[in-house]
Ligand binder design. Structure first.
Ligand SMILES: [Cu+2]
Length: 240
């Protein structure tokens, strides 16, 4: 069992990890401190023969302190995380040369939509893939995330990327992967009885591999063999 996060492979991953570990250290210190004090006071003020319970009002100074200190900590964390949040979530700051894909979530699968060779999603040779998201390495990818039924959540832990998919909305998100490979995609929102089945793979190719894969799929879609993706994805096979 791995106690730490698996290494991140996206460009903004290290920024998110840094915040994560800062918060982990702060909450860790507070956890051990409070548990230590709890046990210490339990022992120190335990019932003893001849010692009577006593009514105390409390301490205004302690109350102000335990309100002000967390307030400052949370405020500093908010200010520190703001630039990272903007980088990851603000569509106005998304990279410009991104490859765009649409991902539709539904009970209980992910459907990836690729544009046809003319760049349109409703083109003759546009195609879909089930539970697989193929993308190129070292290039920003923008995903337009939709849902057909309930709230799902697109989560790729190795990218440090998580985004809810809401019915009726198309939510843009982006990432840029720095290492080729296959990365787990999960649904992070309990979305029904088959929630556990919404595990997919993000397959990150070299630029060349990706172009070849896409060209093959475009040709297949244009040639009228649409629908084979579904059978393929359902049997868990994938011809990359
Ligand atoms: Cu789901």
């Amino acid at each position: 069992m791995n106690w730490l996060l698996e290494p991140s492979v996206s460009t903004f991953g290290p920024d998110i990890d840094r915040l994560y570990y800062i918060i982990l250290v702060i909450t860790g210190i507070i956890f051990f401190l409070t548990q230590f004090l709890l046990i210490y006071f339990l022992v120190k003020y335990r019932r003893r023969e001849g010692r009577k319970a006593e009514y105390i009002h409390g301490s205004t100074r302690a109350e102000i302190l335990w309100t002000a200190v967390p307030f400052v900590i949370v405020l500093v964390l908010a200010l520190m995380s703001r630039p990272v949040w903007d980088e990851v979530k603000d569509p106005g700051l998304f990279p410009e040369d991104a490859y765009e894909v649409t991902v539709v979530a539904r009970q209980f699968e992910w459907e990836t939509h690729y544009a046809g060779s003319n760049g349109e999603f409703d083109a003759e040779d546009s195609f879909t893939v089930l539970n697989r998201l193929h993308v190129p390495v070292n290039q920003p990818v923008i995903i337009h995330l939709e849902s057909e039924d309930v709230i799902h959540s697109f989560f790729v832990p190795r990218f440090r990327l998580k985004q809810d998919a809401l019915p009726g909305r198309s939510i843009p998100m982006w990432f840029e992967v720095t290492e080729t490979g296959e990365y787990e995609l999960g649904c992070a929102e309990l979305c029904g009885i088959g929630h556990y089945r919404m595990d997919g793979l993000v397959i990150v190719h070299t630029q060349e591999e990706f172009e070849n894969w896409k060209a093959e799929r475009l040709a297949a879609a244009g040639g009228g063999s649409v629908g084979s993706d579904r059978a393929q994805a359902l049997t868990g096979e994938d011809s990359q």
